[in-house]
Design a protein around this ligand. Structure first.
Ligand code: GRF
Length: 212
């Protein structure tokens, strides 16, 4: 039987993506989700930025895509409630931040406890926040990399799931380093999502145990 075009089974892990820009991590996760062995699929993409390239790309791919403008809501709680409603409507089990340029608040954290992931372009806890690759270069480290972690209320502070090191090369600038880290980000994020839906991630305090 040719199953190449078959829909994923209905118990496939349902992922909602939050993004603010380009969306290359979203696309990498999407590509992985279309492989036959994938145990997850992206069921919705939400952005706080109307013109986010990732949002446009989601529409091209036929994924339900929404722009939720923070300024239309009285406060963060109401803004996040609108997001939670969409995530629930699409029965998301996991939320993946992929270049989502806002801190996550109580509302999202409460509705998706230990079910929100983020990717960061440095080896946390080094260089959290913006311009992580630039921070790494300016500090002079010899190795940087990327981190997938569960999200808590802080800035890039939640329990670490997976990390990949990326050595700094002589002559690296922000662009060249960012590009090499990004290549690794694209591999790492899907790996973490897959582990999550295989029930292989167990959080113990700050540590995420990866079960055999
Ligand atoms: C990535 O470097 C990610 O680690 C960081 O924001 C960037 C998003 O890039 N959180 P993209 O929108 O996925 O291309």
């Amino acid at each position: 039987m040719d199953t190449s075009n078959a829909h994923p089974p209905s118990n496939t892990g349902r992922v909602g993506i939050l993004l603010s820009g380009r969306g290359s991590n979203f696309e990498a996760i999407y590509r992985k989700s279309t492989e036959e062995a994938a145990n997850f699929k992206i069921v919705t993409v939400i952005s706080n930025k109307r013109k986010a390239r990732g949002l446009e790309r989601a529409r091209e791919l036929g994924i339900p895509a929404y722009h939720i403008a923070p300024r239309k809501y009285e406060n963060r709680e109401n803004y996040e409630s609108a997001i939670v409603d969409i995530l629930n409507e699409h029965q998301c089990r996991l939320v993946c931040l992929a270049g989502y340029m806002r801190l996550v608040g109580e509302r999202l954290l409460q509705d998706f406890p230990n079910r929100i992931m983020n990717i960061h372009p440095a080896l946390l806890p080094a260089f959290p926040g913006l311009d992580a690759q630039k921070q790494a270069l300016e500090y002079g480290v010899k190795v940087s990399g990327c981190t997938v972690h569960f999200v808590d209320g802080g800035m890039d502070t939640g329990p670490i799931i997976l990390q990949t090191p990326v050595p700094i090369e002589e002559g690296d600038d922000e662009e060249s380093l960012s590009q090499r880290i990004l290549t690794q980000e694209h591999r790492l994020y899907s790996k973490a999502i897959s582990l999550f839906f295989n029930n292989k991630l167990k959080i113990q305090g700050r540590r995420v145990i990866i079960l055999e």
